[in-house]
Design a protein around this ligand. Structure first.
Ligand code: 13P
Length: 253
């Protein structure tokens, strides 16, 4: 047993109206409210944050955003700041998701600024890392993940790591139905933990939670969770349906 409490986060991506989001989270609340052995996070679109946040206030389900900008306020049309996320009730924020890296050209440098700004505001960042299929086939997985860790965590102090979660999301496994095998995920996640140990300390490495993301479903969560360095999941598609997300949360017990 690692002693790390599992964390299951649902990334709803660009799905759900406010009403649909309210319905989904109400269902989760009914079924998961007495479950204290797993940390549960839901990450709706910005438009539904406030409504979902009000429904889960004071419960064991925490609110997360899918992205954030790194400046507190100013003339940045379309962006949302860390204080604004706090104001909506967010405790968590996903940073550096591969879809942001790919479609919005987010660099490691920008992701690093977002991590720092989130930490400064007391938000818990979930830093996403992971390689594309081409990179995996070219045996560059470790190199790519190392770059993402070095860039994303540059200048982050050891005491700030307590608030951080890392999600390993191989890009080729996202939304494809092609999950990494537990062994493939474990290999990279073990590397990530060792990297943290080298850069910081064994103590930080052993308390840091590392999630796996990429086609996590009720039927594969148990096998993934058996691995030593998999401490939970960042769930996309299967988090949009209450019963499958509930089954994933329960599968992480
Ligand atoms: P899927 O679970 O739909 O593959 O998405 C994973 C993901 O990108 C979570 O952030």
């Amino acid at each position: 047993m690692s002693g790390r409490k599992p964390l299951i986060a649902g990334n709803w991506k660009m799905h759900k109206t406010i009403e649909e989001a309210r319905e989904l989270v109400s269902h989760l609340k009914r079924e998961l409210s007495d479950l204290s052995e797993v940390d549960i996070v839901v990450c709706p679109s910005f438009t539904a944050l406030e409504n979902v946040g009000k429904l889960i206030l004071g419960t064991n389900i925490k609110l997360g955003a899918q992205d954030v900008f790194y400046i507190k306020e100013g003339a940045f049309t379309g962006e949302v700041s860390p204080p604004q996320l706090k104001d909506c009730g967010c405790d968590y924020v996903i940073v550096g998701h591969s879809e942001r890296r790919k479609y919005f050209q987010e660099s490691n440098e920008m992701i690093n600024k977002k991590i720092k700004a989130s930490l400064e505001e007391g938000l818990n960042p979930i830093l996403c890392v992971g390689e594309t299929l081409e990179e995996r086939e070219a045996n560059q997985t470790i190199e790519v993940v190392t770059n993402q860790l070095e860039g994303g965590l540059s200048g982050i102090e050891e005491n700030q790591l307590l608030k951080l979660t890392i999600a390993y999301e191989p890009v080729w496994a996202i939304g494809t139905g092609k999950t990494a095998t537990p062994q493939q995920a474990e290999e990279v996640q073990k590397f990530i933990r060792e990297w943290i140990e080298k850069k910081y300390s064994a103590r930080s490495a052993s308390s840091l939670r590392i999630l796996y993301g990429g086609s996590v479903k009720p039927n594969n969560i148990k096998d993934l969770m058996r691995e030593e360095d998999i401490d939970g999941a960042l769930v996309g598609g299967a988090s949009l349906d209450a019963s499958s997300f509930i089954a994933i949360v329960k599968g992480a017990l």
